[in-house]
Design a binder for this molecule. Structure first.
Ligand SMILES: Nc1ncnc2c1ncn2[C@@H]1O[C@H](COP(=O)(O)OP(=O)(O)OP(=O)(O)O)[C@@H](O)[C@H]1O
Ligand SMILES: [Mg+2]
Length: 249
């Protein structure tokens, strides 16, 4: 039977062994995400958000429990199959941008495509330019990260996450280093991508950021404390427009 569940986790646990101590970072987490949802994961520091996101992105495996990604049981995949799944289905965005320094925006965005032997250099360039245009950086192709603002660097990172046309975007505190205005700009972009059908799972500890999503899963001490649909989601574009104008000095 087919369904539109992009991911499904059942009683997922993740334990880390630290010498003689066992850290139980996830203590049995279950939820599903349907295609087209925009889910924020919230919770205080140490509640397991990054551990969960790394698992969802196949960067880490559960100690116990089931993870189905696009109806495939991740546990049954070989290392190569897993890497392929990750590269084709998932785009990552991190708090620290993780761009290569001294490397142009264009080359940074081309990078994920280098692992795909079916894509030649011309197509690689065209797709990277299209992804940068989609995040409104078409005029900044040759700039290196240190020649870009924080918000622009994050948009390059989002273009890099998009270039493989993933079904899902995973973001960990992607607005954590940005001021309010730039955060709202990034959220406006996320809402636009979500409107185009991308499924988004976005970790944040800021309630005003979560207000832009359609659903919030609240973690507490490695467990789901709340899982709520957001019926009154805010428009980031409107929130941006209502911010006071920046002062000109
Ligand atoms: N590699 C690791 N080895 C040992 N313990 C770990 C490891 N990764 C995470 N932990 C522990 O697991 C728990 C959850 O960590 P996690 O990074 O998922 O929290 P978080 O919710 O992302 O916090 P923050 O908001 O500070 O980023 C913490 O107690 C942390 O110390
Ligand atoms: Mg974290």
């Amino acid at each position: 039977m087919s369904n539109n569940k992009i991911l499904e986790i059942q009683n997922v646990k993740r334990e880390f062994t630290m010498g003689t101590e066992i850290v139980r970072a996830l203590k049995g987490v279950s939820f599903d995400v349907n295609a087209g949802e925009f889910v924020t994961i919230m919770g205080s520091s140490g509640s397991g958000k990054t551990t969960l996101l790394n698992m969802l992105g196949c960067l880490d495996k559960p100690t116990d429990g089931i993870y189905m990604l696009d109806n495939v049981n991740v546990k049954e995949l070989s290392r190569d199959e897993l890497a392929k799944l990750r590269n084709t289905k998932i785009g990552f965005v991190f708090q620290a941008y993780n761009l290569l320094p001294r490397t142009s925006a264009l080359e940074n965005v081309e990078l994920p495509l280098l692992y795909n032997p079916t894509i030649g250099s011309k197509e690689r360039r065209e797709r990277a330019i299209a992804a940068l245009e989609a995040v409104k950086l078409g005029e900044r192709l040759d700039h290196t990260p240190n020649q870009l603002s924080g918000g622009q660097q994050q948009r390059v990172a989002i273009a890099r996450a998009l270039v493989n046309e993933p079904v899902m975007i995973l973001a960990d505190e992607a607005t954590g280093n940005l001021d309010t205005r730039t955060s709202y700009e990034i959220m406006s972009l996320m809402q636009e991508l979500n409107g185009q059908g991308k499924t988004i799972v976005f970790v944040t500890h800021e309630p005003d950021i979560a207000a832009f999503s359609t659903r919030t899963v609240m973690l507490r001490d490695g467990k789901v404390q709340k899982d709520l649909i957001n019926d009154s989601r805010k428009s980031a574009k409107e929130a941006l427009a209502s911010l006071p104008a920046t002062d000109d000095y």
